[in-house]
Design a protein around this ligand. Structure first.
Ligand code: A3P
Length: 318
C-alpha cells in the first residue's frame, strides 16, 4: 500500500469534484482517504466475523441500504412502528458510519478505533472502498452487502450531489458541467472509479464467496420487500412468520422510503450529517433511468461505450 510519502508520486486528478483523486491499485480514490483513511482502516480497525459491511460505488443507493440494514438489524430494540425510531429523527449516515471516511476525517483516529471497538455486535459499517482494498479479514469473513446501480444513473446522481453538497464540503462546483463529469467518468476518473471495475470486483466475489450479497438498486426499487427479505436472511436476522404476519418487512420499507427519509427533520432544510455534509443532498428522485433527463443521447452513448469496453470479458451486464 502507498505510504503518505509515496502519495505525491501517484497519478493525480483534480478536475473531478468534490475531491482531489489519486490512482492507486487500479482505482481513483480521494487523496485524503489514501493518506489517512485507508491506512487506518488497515492498521487500526479490528474486523469481527459478524460485522455487516454495506459496500457500494458512490451514489448507488448507499443511504437507502444503510436505512434498511439499520432498521432490520435493530428492530428488536427499535421496532419500525416506534414513534421515536432513530430513522424518524436522524440521517442514515449518522447511524451507520463509513469506515474509510470516518478515519479520514477523524481528529483522533485512536478514539475512533476505540469507539468502533466499543460498538456491540453485529456492527453495521459502510464503505466505498473497492473489494480488493478491503482489509483481508473483513473481505474473507465479514458479511458484505453490495448495492450496484446502472452507471449513467450513478453518474448523474454524483454530479447533482456534488453541485448541491459542494458548498458544505468547501468546494465551488458552480461551473462543474455534466459533460466534464461524463468525460471523467468514462476515463474511470471519479471517486472509487472506474465504476464498472468496482462493481465487477464485488460481483465476482459474490459468485465465489458466501459472505458477499450482491444487490441491484433497480431490483430494490421494483421489489423492495423481497430485496429486504433477502438481505435480512443474509444478515442472519430473517423475518419470522409472526413478523411477516404483522407486516414488519413492509413497515421497514415504508420507514426507509425516500419520501419518509427526505422529510426527516435532520435531513431537511440546512440539516447536516455528522460529517458536515448537507443532508438533503443525499435524497433526490430515487428512480431508475433518470439519466435521460440530464444527459444528451451523445453523452449516454459515451458512457455506454466506456462501460461496454470496461466490462468486456467479465461476463457481467448491468
Ligand atoms: P438520485 O440522485 O438518482 O435520486 P447514495 O445513497 O449512494 O449516495 O445514493 C444516492 C441516491 O440514492 C440518490 O439517487 C438518492 O435519491 C437515492 N436514495 C436515497 N435514499 C433513498 C431511499 N430511501 N430510497 C430510494 N432511493 C434513495
Amino acid at each position: 500500500m502507498a505510504s503518505p510519502s509515496e502519495l505525491p508520486e501517484l497519478p493525480l486528478e483534480t478536475r473531478c469534484l468534490p475531491f482531489a483523486l489519486r490512482q492507486y491499485a487500479g482505482f481513483w480514490l480521494p487523496e485524503a482517504v489514501l493518506a489517512r483513511g485507508l491506512p487506518a482502516v488497515r492498521d487500526r480497525f479490528a474486523p469481527r466475523l459478524d460485522d455487516v459491511l454495506l459496500a457500494s460505488f458512490p451514489k448507488s443507493g448507499t443511504t437507502w441500504l444503510k436505512a434498511l440494514a439499520f432498521a432490520t438489524a435493530r428492530r428488536a430494540v427499535h421496532p419500525p412502528s416506534d414513534h421515536d425510531h432513530p430513522l424518524r429523527h436522524g440521517n442514515p449516515h449518522d447511524l451507520v458510519p463509513f469506515l474509510e471516511f470516518g478515519f479520514t476525517l477523524a481528529y483522533d483516529a485512536d478514539a475512533l478505533a476505540a469507539g468502533l471497538e466499543a460498538l456491540p455486535s453485529p456492527r453495521l459499517l459502510a464503505t466505498h472502498l473497492p473489494f480488493s482494498l478491503l482489509p483481508g479479514r473483513l473481505a474473507a469473513a465479514g458479511r458484505i452487502v453490495y448495492v450496484c446501480r446502472h452507471p449513467k444513473d450513478a453518474l448523474v446522481s454524483a454530479w447533482t450531489f456534488t453541485r448541491k453538497a459542494s458548498g458544505s464540503m468547501g468546494v465551488d462546483a458552480e461551473s462543474y458541467s455534466l459533460r466534464e463529469a461524463v468525460e471523467l467518468f468514462c476515463a474511470g476518473r471519479c471517486v472509487a472509479g472506474p465504476q464498472w471495475r468496482h462493481v465487477v470486483e464485488y460481483w465476482e466475489a459474490s459468485l465465489s464467496r458466501r459472505n458477499v450479497l450482491f444487490l441491484r438498486y433497480e431490483e430494490m426499487l421494483r421489489d423492495p420487500v423481497g430485496s429486504l427479505r433477502t438481505m435480512a436472511g443474509f444478515m442472519g436476522c430473517a423475518f419470522s412468520p409472526g413478523e411477516e404476519e404483522r407486516g414488519v418487512p413492509q413497515a421497514i420499507v415504508e420507514l426507509c422510503s425516500l419520501e419518509k427519509q427526505k422529510n426527516v427533520e435532520a435531513s431537511r432544510d440546512d440539516g447536516r450529517t455528522a460529517d458536515g455534509i448537507k443532508a438533503d443532498a443525499y435524497f433526490r428522485k430515487g428512480v431508475a433511468a433518470d439519466w435521460s433527463s440530464h444527459m444528451t443521447p451523445e453523452m449516454g452513448k459515451m458512457v455506454d461505450e466506456a462501460v461496454e469496453d470496461g466490462l468486456r470479458g467479465s461476463g457481467f451486464t448491468f
